[in-house]
Design a protein around this ligand. Structure first.
Ligand code: HAX
Length: 441
């Protein structure tokens, strides 16, 4: 057995025993109450899931296995001294639960390189779509075409023992993770670079090679990709892409089917698509005002105009966070280090000064602060990646690290089919009249 797989199983067996003991001893303890408004309002604040890979604090932001983003930047192995962390290291951390050494990260990189071959029919399937199809549509179609490679699916059809589900899931997760950059880069080159494709460079790390296959050879863009892939990877379990992957996976749909479901969720404008919406919104502001560098007053007027048209300000607000997203801050730091004079990056920083007080003044926005999507586009544009419709695909490749590590945990812990109870408003009315027996099984 591969060292990585063996370590995962050893760790998982320990956690599995702990969970059994916890449930045996404390299974009946209550961890909260559910109000009627919560079931009408997107289940905010209802604790109903276990996700081992990361935990979100409303004020502090995300922690991956207990480590904040600045801590990861300090502690995870890097390609360059003093540079950004290698996302393979974060994957190791999420999967195994321990910080990796340099060797551990090199092992993950090498596993992903070995498994990265994408069969030609996947590219042919993508080619059958009009080139105008949104990159996220092409991405999901590519993932679905690749599903024929699923070990889980084949073994299940062959009569796999329950005890082996995790093993086949693990293999599928690594295969998928290894191949996603190739599929994503193919879509990028197909749509924006006249179909002139670039072969992988087997000497590069996962994110560096991804950047290379998209056609970016600037070492500081590779660093951006390493940071980007690290900070977008996971945001605990309840966000749409993570939850959709987990939910579909709970039906024992294989990792390809499950991850494609998550990506369909990421493609929504209130979730991952917000990164393209932010830059589109900034470009439209520049065009409508006929200025390259709008003043703070002009930005404020444009924000008010956006709100008056019944639209949201993209990149601001969050369902759980209540402070500036540390993923925004990490990108701001990257901007200060690599491109402090970029006009677009400076617009993003001016927007950061202007938007929160305006959103606060509405009196209803629970979090007026920027989220991860408010910054990423401006950094990408700096390196020439102006094709903003592609940005959510980048997010998707990164998100695979977290949700696929989680899927491995779901299977090894034998988490069951997810099936919460739903009600109708008619049944709510009857319940309010005291006829609550209708909410039985
Ligand atoms: N601009 C304008 N209004 C906003 C707003 C924003 N950025 N954020 C929230 N609001 C509004 C809501 O639309 C809601 O208005 P109504 O009561 O009229 O419906 C009200 O404030 C209360 O919303 P909330 O409780 O603060 O926020 P939600 O948990 O309902 O929604 C969202 C969280 C992220 C969907 C929301 O803040 C939003 O639409 N933001 C803009 C889109 C965006 O940036 N999405 C990316 C989020 C991060 C992410 O998942 N990235 O992938």
């Amino acid at each position: 057995m591969e060292v990585l797989k063996e370590r995962f199983k050893t760790k998982a067996d320990l956690v599995s025993t702990e969970i059994k003991d916890i449930i045996k001893e404390h299974g009946n303890r209550k961890i909260g109450e559910v109000t009627l408004s919560q079931i009408y309002q997107g289940m905010r604040g209802i604790t109903g899931l276990v996700t081992e890979t990361s935990l979100l604090d409303a004020n502090e932001g995300i922690r991956f296995r207990g480590y904040s983003i600045p801590e990861l930047q300090a502690k995870l192995p890097k390609a360059i001294d003093g540079g950004e962390p290698l996302p393979e290291g974060l994957f190791y951390l999420m999967l195994i639960g321990e910080l990796p050494e340099k060797d551990d990260v090199a092992r993950v990189t090498s596993i992903l390189q070995r498994r990265s071959h994408v069969p030609n029919y996947v590219f042919d399937t993508i080619e059958s779509l009009p080139v105008s199809a949104h990159p996220m549509t092409q991405f999901v179609v590519g993932i679905m075409a690749l599903q024929t490679e699923s070990q889980f699916s084949k073994k299940y059809q062959g009569g796999m023992n329950k005890k082996d589900y995790w093993d086949a899931t693990f293999d599928d997760a690594l295969d998928l993770l290894a191949r996603l950059p190739r599929i994503a880069a193919y879509i990028y080159r197909r749509k924006y670079k006249e179909g002139v494709h670039i072969q992988p460079n087997g000497l590069l790390d996962w994110a560096g090679n991804f950047a290379h296959m998209m056609g970016y050879e600037d070492e500081s863009f590779w660093e951006l990709m390493r940071l980007y892939m690290t900070i977008h990877a996971d945001h605990e379990g309840g966000n749409v892409s993570a939850h959709a992957t987990h939910l579909v996976g709970s039906a024992l749909s294989d990792p390809f089917l499950s991850f494609a479901a998550g990506m369909n969720g990421l493609a929504g404008p209130l979730h991952g698509l917000a990164n393209q919406e932010v830059i589109k919104w900034i470009f439209e502001m520049q065009e409508q005002l006929s200025v390259e560098n709008p003043s703070k007053e002009q930005i404020a007027d444009y924000v008010r105009k956006t709100l008056s048209e019944g639209k949201v300000v993209p990149g601001y607000g969050h369902a759980v966070l209540r402070k500036t997203d540390p993923r925004f801050t990490a990108q701001m730091e990257f901007g200060k280090k690599h491109m402090p004079d970029s006009p677009l990056v400076n617009i993003v920083w001016n927007i950061y000064d202007v938007v929160p007080p305006i959103l606060q003044s509405l009196g209803k926005v629970k979090n007026p602060w920027p989220n991860v999507d408010a910054h990423s586009g401006a950094l990408l544009v700096h390196y020439g990646m102006v094709e903003y419709e592609f940005y959510t695909v980048l997010f998707g490749v990164s998100r695979a690290l977290g949700v696929l590590a989680s899927l491995c945990w779901d299977r090894v812990l034998s988490l069951p089919l997810e099936r919460p109870k739903s009600v109708t408003t008619e049944s709510v009315k009857l319940w309010l009249q005291g006829k609550d027996e209708i909410w039985g099984e």
